[in-house]
Ligand binder design. Sequence first.
Ligand code: SF4
Length: 322
Amino acid sequence: ARGLVVELGGRRGLFRRAPAVRAVDGVDLAVASGETFGIVGESGCGKTTLARALLGLQREAAGEIVLEGRTVSGHHPLAARRMRAAVQYVHQDPGAALDPWWRVGRTLAEGLAIHGVTDRAEQEARIAETLAAVGLDAAMAQRYPHELSGGQQRRIGLARILLLRPKVVILDEPTAGLDLSVQAAVLRLLRELRARFGLTYVFISHDLSVVRRVCDRVAVMYLGRIVEEGSAATLFREPRHPYTRALLAAAPHLDGRDTGPSLPGDPPSLRAVPHGCRFHPRCSMAIPLCAAQDPAPEPAAPGHTVACHRWRDAPTEHRDAA
Ligand code: SF4
């Protein structure tokens, strides 16, 4: 994605025009084939809007999305079709994505039919094969969504998109609400499916311990911008941006130790984005320059960028929280 911008709102009401907000503001992302690319940040920082833009679902999006060398963004129907087939989304609440009145098999068959697979026998064969790939029995197709556990619903959600043979899968909080053992099983399955189907994942999560375990590279978002990006190993070991450092310090420890100080306050509204560095009202390292000038992303190390005037001053010792 190059120069992705999503402006929301801005419609004319009865008496006044509501100002537009930039939920995604000039995002560049390069996701390599076969990798798992994490996007982290607090709620409301633009992660889900970015995911929708990557899926081509955000009609207001400006910028360019290139898949395997071809531009797939824009309003051309062919580009939109190519994008819909190649990039799929796994909803953070897979139960909500299933019709409660339909047996699972009917929902899966419907997805295939929309994408042109209408032969009944072929549908059944592909559904049985895909259910097996996600570790479910073919009999699961006869169940209704309310008869499935949370883990089974997640597996059905994965089967639903795998049927369409995508290249890129956007996983939105794929382990939210699962207990630790089910979470571990889902993460193991995701790894297996990535290898088996040659998938590339964009992994959206606020759970830093999960992101650390599964992601190759990570981008940290704050108020619609990417403020730090790098390999998961480097970013977790040596975070440079004060926001990343604060997120890591506030993350719960797996071993039950107390967390560090939580982030002060909530992120400001996108309707009132602070001037200069967007993080400056909450940043413990802010200096007058921060309120005056927006920091541009700079390379801090090979493959690692950070947008902060003071990243060189960040302490090198980091208490490894996640
Ligand atoms: Fe903090 Fe300034 Fe860096 Fe922004 S630019 S994160 S306010 S030190």
